[in-house]
Design a binder for this molecule. Structure first.
Ligand code: 5AD
Ligand code: SF4
Length: 486
């Protein structure tokens, strides 16, 4: 696709095209001139760092940002001393925001020493008006600020930044645009996330995502399949289909299609060996999806199914639209149909009005479901959400007490679940050479469990059978089963 574009041939004396993605291709060509000029001036390569906060969606967006920067001539680095640094931010909980402010202060210090350094901010946090006000007042050294809806204009925004003396701030309230065919730079050559939809319509009462990511928009299945085919041709063996609520994928398309049907189409793509997806909302998980998962050779044995609370009263206040019993019924069905499925979840402690008895119900739920892992969060008040205006906010000390009680049970359960795999031989996708011990490889099982085992780095990106020898809490030490190796 974009590999075939010859940016040198784009005539920059013409006006930029109005149509996308041609318009962005034009700006990438223009950006290359600016980066080249900078390279000559500095007499060395021009570096950039893309720093990601938050979820898998942000990680995927960062790959898109990196792709454009690399195509423009930047050298990617993880070092924030780089000539250009961009923070792709998250605002789902307040501690994510505080971390950005903290690190930004540090970047500002670096810029005082190296004034040619350029700093940009994007992502969910930028969609909050109070954040923009604060940045304009107290962080005036930031050169470029944009949000979630105009990320596809990154090349154009960078050109504006190079041409402007003042900081560039461009935040949109919403968009119905989905721009395809821009360069991306994958973190792993053998696996990739793919956005199948953007935004969320659920308005869980604690959650800021619908406000900062906008209404739900599904990509056309043909575009998704074409992207996965080209990834497969490029060596990708594992795909992760991404959306805030993948179970409602396709409902609002002109020709509606279910998520289960989309999965069946992805399954047909040659070269793709594993399919993952995230996130599933329990209220929309269909029998059709369970059946497709059950009969699939490629869909991984892992389901992330956020519970949020085990108390029906709190679930109602959260606007989750299922009861404790609905969730348990769903889990029972899943366990019956797909016995080797690992189930993970998200849980919030300290939602307004939550009592220790509600936490007990959540703990009981963890015991009944036997999660393989649960991400537990302290409730964080997000301005503009209905829950932030609720009167019965829970004091910090009560929240923390409930959180600690829950965490103990979550960890016990996860350890128990993982121990059950001991002695089995299961396929692992080798993801990397172990950071602590270069004689070891790190792989991931279909059910998302991590296993470390001796092996050569040439196996990275390959799927190998691994004997699960010793369980170390949340991961395994294993050995490749030589007989089937290859
Ligand atoms: N406070 C705490 N946790 C939250 N999450 C979303 N919003 C909040 C909030 N205001 C959690 C939910 C969600 C996960 C991505 O983040 O558990 O599933
Ligand atoms: Fe937030 Fe609920 Fe949408 Fe998930 S489903 S992004 S928690 S509003």
């Amino acid at each position: 696709m974009y590999d075939e574009i010859n940016f040198e041939k784009i005539d920059l004396s013409l006006e930029p095209p109005a149509k996308e993605p041609e318009r962005q291709h034009y700006f990438i060509a223009k950006l290359r001139r600016y980066v080249e000029a900078e390279r000559k001036r500095l007499d060395r390569s021009v570096t950039c760092a893309v720093v990601t906060f938050g979820c898998q969606m942000n990680a995927r967006d960062s790959e898109k940002l990196s792709g454009i920067l690399e195509t423009a001539g930047y050298e990617l680095t993880e070092d924030e001393n780089a000539d250009f640094v961009i923070y792709n931010t998250c605002t789902v909980r307040d501690n994510a925001n505080q971390r950005v402010y903290g690190r930004l202060g540090h970047l500002g210090g670096m810029k005082k020493k190296f004034p040619h350094k350029r700093i940009a901010l994007c992502g969910c946090m930028m969609q909050e008006p109070s954040v923009i006000e604060k940045l304009k007042k107290s962080y005036r050294f930031v050169d470029l600020i944009f949000g979630t809806h105009n990320i596809y204009k990154f090349a154009e925004l960078l050109v504006t930044m190079f041409e402007s003396k003042d900081p560039v701030v461009d935040i949109w309230d919403s968009t119905d645009q989905i721009v395809e065919e821009l360069p991306t730079e994958r973190k792993y050559p053998f696996k990739s996330g793919i956005n199948i939809m953007f935004g969320c319509n659920n308005f869980c009462s604690y959650c800021i995502v619908p406000y900062v990511r906008g209404r739900e928009r599904s990509r056309e299945p043909e575009d998704i399949l074409r992207e996965i085919e080209s990834l497969a041709a490029d060596g990708v063996v594992e795909v992760m289909l991404l959306g805030q609520n993948v179970n409602s994928y396709g409902r609002n398309l002109k020709n509606p299609i279910s998520f289960a049907r989309l999965l069946q189409e992805v399954e047909k793509i040659e070269g793709i060996k594993r399919i993952r997806f995230m996130t599933s909302h329990p209220k929309d998980l269909s029998d059709e999806l369970i059946a497709v998962m059950k009969h699939s050779e490629k869909i991984c044995r892992h389901l992330h199914l956020p519970l949020q609370s085990g108390s029906t009263r709190i679930l109602q206040a959260m606007n989750r639209r299922y009861t404790r019993e609905d969730y348990l019924d769903l889990v029972q069905k899943l366990r019956r149909e797909i016995p080797d499925l690992a189930i993970t979840t998200d849980i919030i402690v300290g939602f307004p009005g939550e009592t220790p008895e509600d936490v007990d119900l959540t703990i009981d739920m963890v015991k009944q479901v036997q999660y393989d892992n649960a991400f537990t969060f302290l409730y964080s008040k997000r301005t503009g959400t209905p829950a932030a205006a609720m009167e019965n906010q829970v004091p910090d000390s009560v929240m923390k007490e409930g959180f600690d009680r829950l965490l103990n049970v979550v960890q016990d359960t996860a350890r128990k679940q993982i121990r059950r795999l001991k002695g089995q031989t299961l396929d692992a996708l080798v993801e990397e050479v172990n950071e602590q011990d270069p004689a070891l490889l790190t792989g991931r099982l279909s059910n998302n469990t991590i296993v470390h085992f001796p092996g050569d780095k040439s196996l990275v990106g390959k799927i190998v059978p691994v004997y699960l020898k010793e369980c170390h809490g949340f991961y395994y030490a294993g050995e490749i089963q030589e007989a089937n190796n290859g």
